[in-house]
Design a protein around this ligand. Structure first.
Ligand SMILES: Nc1ncnc2c1ncn2[C@@H]1O[C@H](COP(=O)(O)OP(=O)(O)OP(=O)(O)O)[C@@H](O)[C@H]1O
Ligand SMILES: [Mg+2]
Length: 299
């Protein structure tokens, strides 16, 4: 909508997990390196956890690009509210297994054939499950059993479970201790810090065609950081809304006032929001009262 006005060749703050816009914070870099290392070294299970909107699916999309490039066989299961039968069917579709995909026995047989073939070529196949915190216990148990497929050189199927912090808590449950023991790598994504938020916004704008941006002042970015609590998805939503507002007002920069209005439209709450609102309303009252107090001095 505003791309031409600001001179972007792509929308800078999309909400999709697009690897082309990857900002390599040290923790994102480390998570991706861990995922790739885990796959290459045939380690078994890897868990990737993080709060909502911190970049888990983006990391998995980067891994998917890597696997495509390296011609690894993989299946990406992103709908985790599944029964065990649906899980097997979905995995069979994604691995493109040529069998009766509704029969668990057939799927396991075809999968085993694929895994052995891959192993003979010195490769692992990868199963990626996003939103894994939603998985039912019986599906998690099936996944654990899939993780048992191995030959003498190592695991035949590398499994990556990604999800919100509830996943960690689920894996701590007594009935999943066998699965927990098999997790060899755990990575966690945390929100960005203030400095990273500045770099993140600059990086996305540069990627969209605006190096040396002047749209967001340092103060505005600081305020975006506080209000988004460093969560990339919320940062994107705030920046996108700011650009829409500036475009509508035919302005080439964004302001704290615009941000205030957007946060209130989004009903956004952030730490110390109440205190900031109170301070602002006191300030506005003082400004309104200023002419009165002047006149009371009778000048
Ligand atoms: N390192 C990053 N570089 C660029 N963009 C990022 C990064 N991390 C997150 N984002 C952006 O933040 C938004 C949310 O990311 P993503 O969907 O990957 O989060 P998530 O952790 O999977 O969220 P959820 O818990 O809701 O599934 C996306 O628009 C994504 O592009
Ligand atoms: Mg996600």
């Amino acid at each position: 909508m505003y791309n031409a006005f600001f001179g972007f060749h792509e929308t800078p703050f999309n909400l999709s997990p697009d690897p082309a816009f990857l900002y390599r914070s040290p923790q994102h870099e480390e998570a991706l390196a861990n995922l790739i290392y885990g796959v290459r070294s045939r380690k078994g299970f890897i868990a990737l956890t993080g709060e909502v909107g911190t970049g888990k699916t983006t990391m998995l999309e980067c891994l998917r690009d890597y696997l495509d490039l390296q011609q690894f066989e993989f299946a990406f299961v992103f709908n985790s509210r599944l029964t065990p039968d649906q899980f097997f069917e979905m995995m069979a579709y994604d691995f493109d297994l040529q069998c009766d995909r509704k029969s668990k026995t057939d799927v396991l047989f075809a999968l085993n054939t694929l895994l052995v073939e891959q192993a003979e070529r010195g490769r692992t196949a990868v199963l990626i499950v996003d939103e894994a915190h939603n998985l039912e216990w019986d599906v998690l148990e099936e996944i654990r059993l899939l993780g048992n497929l191995e030959n003498r050189q190592g695991k035949l199927l590398q499994i990556i479970l990604a999800g919100q912090p509830e996943l960690d808590r689920k894996l701590d449950a007594a009935n999943l201790r066998q699965l927990k023991q098999r997790i060899v790598l755990r990575c966690t994504l945390n929100p960005l810090n203030r400095e990273q938020t500045h770099e993140y916004i600059d990086a996305r704008l540069t990627r969209a065609g605006m190096a040396d941006q002047t749209l967001f002042s340092l103060d505005v970015i600081d305020a975006i950081y506080t209000r988004a609590s460093g969560i990339p998805r919320v940062i994107n939503a705030l920046c996108d809304n700011l650009l829409v507002t500036a475009f509508a007002m035919e302005q080439r920069t964004t302001t704290l006032e615009m941000l205030d209005e957007i946060c209130s439209d989004m009903r956004l709450d952030w730490p110390r929001a109440g205190r900031e609102r109170l301070a602002r309303s006191r300030f506005e009252t003082a400004v309104e009262q200023e002419p009165l107090s002047r006149s009371s001095y009778g000048d």
